[in-house]
Design a binder for this molecule. Structure first.
Ligand code: ADP
Ligand code: ADP
Length: 237
């Protein structure tokens, strides 16, 4: 599980992006992070994988104190956090399979040029993931030949390929049409339940969040102003 307590981030410009943010996410729970632009959503996500250095507070991922890690230890720790992005961040000229393998192998083209093959156990694991996200038939296609929804499925499979203990998901459907967005949200939530994975989804579309996640955290001006099930949002002023 993920435990965040008293998290503070003030940028050098003086912007107070996070002011004492505290919450926990249990295994298998998917949290939708909502709030107006500038509320601190990206800062929060970036503090958790330490792309941004928090100024105070603690972040615990199971037994690991993320805030206490040195630069060297951070590399290892980032393997434990799966990232899924709005624009997918795939390697366009690599195949679907190779993109998924890159979640675990790191430099796939290095493996290809040096050994002309990938470790069989990694390949079978990648096939299982492609099957789960419905892309088995597309394994050998180049990433740039796929539709947006298919590309995001590759992004999901790649994140899962590194056997993460947490998923951080940044606006996963912002570049997709409404129908595909719903399919992707459903897939993410189902997979997190199956694998008992905690996840935080930075999501602009409140209606979409309400329809698929069991818990919503609302941020405003760096503070948690709502934390509860989507139904409870109706009773907010
Ligand atoms: P959101 O993702 O909810 O739009 P952000 O985390 O991007 O919010 O921003 C929160 C606040 O921090 C805003 O006031 C924003 O201008 C500021 N901010 C974000 N990133 C930086 C940065 N790199 N340097 C200075 N201020 C930043
Ligand atoms: P988006 O919401 O499209 O993801 P962001 O608002 O997060 O874009 O900003 C994009 C980049 O600009 C990020 O690297 C962020 O840290 C930086 N940034 C955001 N707000 C500020 C700011 N007020 N001052 C300096 N950099 C900022």
């Amino acid at each position: 599980m993920l435990r965040i307590s008293g998290l503070i981030k003030t940028y050098r410009t003086g912007d107070k992006a996070l002011k004492d943010v505290t919450f926990e996410v249990k295994a298998g729970q998917v949290v939708g992070l909502i709030g107006p632009s500038g509320a601190g959503k990206s800062s929060l996500i970036r503090c958790i994988n330490r792309l941004v250095e928090p100024d105070g507070g603690k972040i615990l991922l199971n037994d690991l104190d993320v805030t206490g890690l040195s630069r060297g230890e951070l590399r290892q720790a980032r393997r434990r956090i799966g990232m899924i992005f709005q624009e997918y961040a795939l390697v366009e000229r690599l195949t679907v399979m190779e993109n998924v393998l890159s979640g675990r192998l790191g430099y796939v083209s290095f493996w290809r040029s040096l050994f002309r093959q990938y470790p069989p156990e990694y390949v079978s694991n990648a096939f299982a993931l492609l099957d789960r996200v419905g892309l088995m038939a597309h394994a050998d296609k180049r990433a740039d030949a796929l539709s947006g929804g298919q590309r995001q499925r590759v992004g999901i499979a790649r994140a899962l390929g590194q056997n993460p203990e947490l998923l951080l998901i940044d606006e996963p459907t912002a570049s997709l049409d409404p129908k595909t967005s719903r399919q992707i949200m459903r897939l993410i939530v189902e997979i997190c339940r199956e694998r008992n994975l905690p996840a935080i989804i930075n999501i602009h579309d409140v209606l979409l969040a309400r329809a698929f996640v069991e818990r919503i955290i609302g941020l405003r001006a760096g503070e948690v102003v709502f934390d509860g099930p989507p139904q409870a949002l109706d009773h907010e002023a």
